[in-house]
Structure formats: C-alpha cells, structure tokens
Design a protein. Sequence first.
Length: 338
Amino acid sequence: MSQSMTVTIAEPEFPDAKMHLIRPKQPAVARVVETRLCTKAGKKAAGIVRHIALDVSGSAIAGNFLVGQSFGVLPPGRDEMDKPHALRLYSIASPSFGEDGSGNVVATTVKRTIGEREPETGDEEPDKHELFLGVASNYLCNLNIGDEVKITGPQGKRFLLPIDTSAHDYIFLATGTGIAPFRGMLMELLEGPAGAVRSQIHLIMGCAFTTDLLYDDWLRDLAAKHRNFHYHTAISREMSSPPGAGRDGCRGEYCHHVFARHFAQGFAPLFECGRALIYICGILGMQFGVYQEIARTSAADLYLTIHDDLKSRDPASWSIEDMKRKVHPARRLMVEVY
C-alpha cells in the first residue's frame, strides 16, 4: 500500500438525528406489509434471513428516521424469569424516505437465531446444550402480512450519511445482516428523489458461502446500472476468486482481504483526495483486520485514533486486545458491530 499520499481533507458534516420519539413504555403499533427471503431464490442458504417491511404511518417515527438508525421491537410474552421479553434493536434497511417514498414504511433485515445453549456463568450446568431459538428474530420472521408489531425508536446518531452526500466517496464493509443500513444508504445515494450522486461507492459484502449473500441480485443490478457503484464479495468458506487475485488456492477471503486487494486501484484515489468515508457494519471483530489495513496508509490519522504505543509497530503485529484498547474510529470512520 502507498506510503506517500497527499491528502486534502473534505471534512464531513452529519445531520442531527431525532431519537427516542417512541419510548418502550408507550410503544407504537406497526403492521407488516412485506416479508420475504433475501437470499437467492431457489438456493438453500446456511442461514434464514428475511426482509421485513413495517407500515409505521401515524406513529412518531413516520418521516422522522434517518438511514443508518435503528428501531426497537418489543416481542410479546415473558422469559423464564417471568419478566417481559427485552427490547431488541434492528437496523433500518430503508432510505430516509422509506420504502414508500414518504417515510411511512420501514424495512429491516432479520436472521433467524437457531443454536444450542451454552453455559454463561460458572454455576450453570457445563453440559447445557438444549436448542435455543432467538426470541425477537424468530418472532419477526414468523409474522405474516397484516400482523401487528410493537415498536420504539428511532435510535442512533453516529452511523449516518453526511449532510452533503455528493461531497464524499464511500467505502461500505458488511457481514451478514450488517448489509441492512447499506441497502438503505445505497437507495438514498443512487435512487433518491434528487437522482444519483456521482460519488464513487464501494461495497464489500462478507459471508461464509455465496448462497448466504443478501440482496445479491439487486446489488448486481445496481452495479450494472450505476458505473460509480462497485460491488465486491468476500466469501470466507469457499476457495478465493477471481484467479490472479493473489490468494488463489486459499480457503476464502474476509472483508479486510478484499479491502487490501482492491486498495491500489480502487480505494487509494479516494484516500488521496480526502473524500472517502468508511462504514463498517456486521459481526464483532470484523473491524480489526480493516483497522490494520487502514493503519498502513498515510491517511490513517483521518480514520483512526492510534495510541502512541502502537504507532511505531507494524500493524500486522497488533493483537486484538491491542486494538480493543488502543485503536478507535475517528470522525471519518463509522463502526456498528455486534
């Protein structure tokens, strides 16, 4: 990666997001207007992920959310301690003008949580392994069109597009349902009422298998329609591709591998002119490999706050613990991991 970049800073300004308009003690009622699988039709994926759209018209959230925010869902019923099920947050997968163009329909991307229980404390049975079903995720995925849902929100004021979207270029990195906010952002940037921005936009989508790619057909169509949108995939449990990528014969790639592979021709110019904003959303831990790649560039200070102890060391030598304690996102890097 280049070590001699001349960076002109285009400082981003972000909107003031409205928050907590609907509180858990007085939730609003939304209605399901769409539910569908968002993996490829006819392909059996490792996980079950649904695109779910809710009509929120008449509630305080209608027309008052921004792409990149989240909303809360209150699943019915009580837990094993006889307490109401806890609020769960879901990323908004819609642009700020909603699925309907008027901010009255909000979508999200939900993966069914199905697994085996594991002991969480030392006094639990060590062999505990009965089936565990995610409460809120399976509740939402089981809903049919017309069903009612109790919602709260919106929440979030950091993971937002800038006020002047045309003043910046964008690098989005997602794993799994972390694609949700980027679906909305791409719609806002490329399919909004004002027309498509001319900014360069890159999306790196990571998952285990190609059958797990979410919104893949739509993303490919979007890339074919807009020359300034570049769609990359990082498949971790299949052989790497394309041929000549430098990792031929390896057991797949993660998002930071694709970031590094495309840096010289795709991303370096965006760093050099100072227009690039980077957004990372998905599984906890995916950010660390990206941090190491960014730290190798001369523009690292625009994206990361790095403790002096690490600045003199090769980023490849940084441990996850080092990065948890001593590397943090700066103003031009937005991170939402879970």
